[in-house]
Design a protein around this ligand. Structure first.
Ligand code: NDP
Length: 486
């Protein structure tokens, strides 16, 4: 079957698709077969300029609309997304290789949730009244930041475009979004839909490009804020460039998150959590619990059941809804992950299952589990971003907590136990921005999401995100005479 996913044009600026063929060629590859499905162009400096100028020109009028009016447009966009969920999910599958079975419930739907949630909040973004005694008071008001740049990773292209766009637009900012060059298609659909829902021209723009295009957006003085989803090394560069001009940032970065499974846990739930936290999206999820600490007494039972369930994985054409396990996003990512698997074997971890590429076209890797992993092994320290689970044994609660925290990352953490007090005691001590008790990897729009330590700055989703896409100003109001010392 030949897939044609060619968009009308490479970029979407000022309310319309736009092409600049002077830009270098950008091939879009379907990861399940390696075939080219679209051919785009990287943004030239002229395209970057057009996008920033359009966003700048649109911002004041957008901010001058009432929150209710802005919110109505976002909620209309959410409805359009839901109506077109199947078509958008198919495109997400072609862009990323994730199985349609997954994208139908996790991508455009999550993007629509963000548009609906922040659309709902937009009309109630108000300040506070702070009484100070003797009649004096302070009032505060919330203000948009201006032009916001969004830069996305390749694992959730539709979702990331909306998790950043929805709160930014709700607060009265405009956006220039640069998707990952690996998955350039989905954000264009988000821009089209927002425009169709009534977003004025220039409010949400998408341009294609690699790191250099991202860097030129970040350093433009007209940009007030940068929201990045990406790896820690890229985060460090982008944060430093933004700091040079004192810009606001949100950094959603990588992780090596721990999941601690105690011997009183429901084993079936713990295995399900470990599967969700390691193999969903073929392991290409930032918050994955890739260090699975299992209390020694249940280790064998846990591994046996895990292996049994992983043997039922269905790999195949991701567009076939029966398939529940897709390929790596690219040949390059496939090579990186295979490199880690070889390191795991060489450093002495015990291979329980998987450990090789699947014998089929595309970039498929078998779901892989290593046991007897030691804390200092490469596969226990570095983010792999593929279907590779490291199982580590532990004896005591204190030991598990201290080993779990021994990492530069702090994105997520999970605990499986039926002891209520232990669950809260342990999760409270784990250094992570996003915690789970007896489940893993759920990210509803109502809850804050993001990392601490090297895993990030700021929060996405929930009311928390509003603080990162707007700023408070305060006014002191005196109600009596001004007293001066002389
Ligand atoms: P990268 O860090 O390689 O890239 C992220 C984005 O930044 C891409 O669009 C990339 O462009 C762009 N970029 C690269 N260099 C620069 C620069 N100097 N200035 C501006 N932009 C730049 O991440 P991946 O795309 O490989 O995604 C995987 C990573 O993302 C993992 O570490 C994962 O943990 C993290 N992630 C974090 C999430 C979170 O919410 N915490 C969620 C999802 C993923 P291009 O690649 O097109 O060249």
């Amino acid at each position: 079957m030949t897939i044609d996913a060619q968009p009308v044009a490479s970029h979407f600026i000022d309310g319309k698709p736009i092409e600049d063929e002077a830009g270098e060629n950008l091939q879009v590859i379907y990861p399940a077969t390696g075939e080219e499905v679209a051919s785009l162009h990287y943004a030239t400096p002229a395209i970057v300029e057009k996008a920033i100028a359009a966003a700048k020109a649109a911002q004041q009028d957008w901010a001058a609309m009432t929150g209710t009016e802005r919110g109505r447009i976002l909620r209309r966009a959410a409805d359009i997304m839901r109506d077109r969920n199947r078509e958008l999910s198919q495109l997400e599958t072609i862009d990323t290789g994730k199985p349609l079975q997954e994208t139908l419930v996790a991508d455009a739907t999550s993007a629509a949730d963000a548009l609906e949630y922040f659309g709902g909040l937009a009309g109630s973004l108000t300040g506070e009244h702070i009484p100070l005694g003797n009649g004096d008071f302070v009032y505060t008001s919330r203000h948009p930041l201006g032009v916001v740049v969004g830069i996305g990773a390749w694992n959730y292209p539709t979702q990331i475009a909306c998790w950043k766009g929805a709160p930014a637009l709700a607060c009265g900012n405009t956006m220039v979004f640069k998707p990952s060059e690996t998955t350039p298609l989905c954000a264009l659909k988000v821009a089209e839909i927002l425009s169709e829902a009534g977003a004025p021209d220039g409010v949400y723009n998408v341009i294609q490009g690699a790191g250099e295009v991202g860097a030129s957006l970040v350093s433009d003085p007209r940009v007030a804020k940068v929201s990045l989803t990406g790896s820690v090394p890229t985060g460090r560069k982008v944060y430093a460039a933004a700091a040079a001009q004192m810009k606001h940032v949100t950094m959603e970065l990588g992780g090596k998150s721990p999941m601690i499974i105690f011997d009183d846990a429901n084993i079936e739930d713990a295995v399900s959590g470990a599967i969700l936290g390691n193999f969903y999206s073929s392991g290409q999820v930032c918050s994955n619990g890739t260090r699975v600490f299992v209390q020694s007494s249940i280790k064998q039972r846990f591994l046996d059941r895990l292996k049994e369930r992983l043997e039922t994985v269905i790999m195949g054409d991701p567009l076939d809804e029966v398939t529940n396990f897709g390929p790596m996003v690219s040949a390059q990512q496939c090579e990186i992950v295979m490199g880690y698997i070889e390191k795991g074997k060489a450093e002495g971890a015990q291979l329980v299952t998987g450990g090789a590429r699947a014998d089929m076209p595309g970039y498929f890797i078998q779901p892989t589990v290593f046991a007897d992993v030691k804390d200092d092994m490469t596969i226990a320290r570095e983010e792999i971003f593929g279907p590779v689970m490291a199982v580590l044994d532990f004896e005591t609660e204190e030991e598990a907590i201290s080993r779990a925290n021994d990492t530069e990352f702090g994105l997520a953490a999970g605990v499986f136990t039926n002891d209520l007090t232990r669950a809260h005691r342990v999760i409270g001590q784990l250094e992570a921005g996003t915690g789970y008790i007896n489940t893993y990897n759920l990210a509803p729009v109502e809850a804050p999401f993001g990392g601490i330590k090297a895993s990030g700055v700021g929060r996405e989703n929930s009311k928390e995100a509003i603080n990162h896409y707007s700023e408070a100003r305060s006014v002191y109001v005196a109600m009596s005479e001004v007293e001066a010392p002389y």
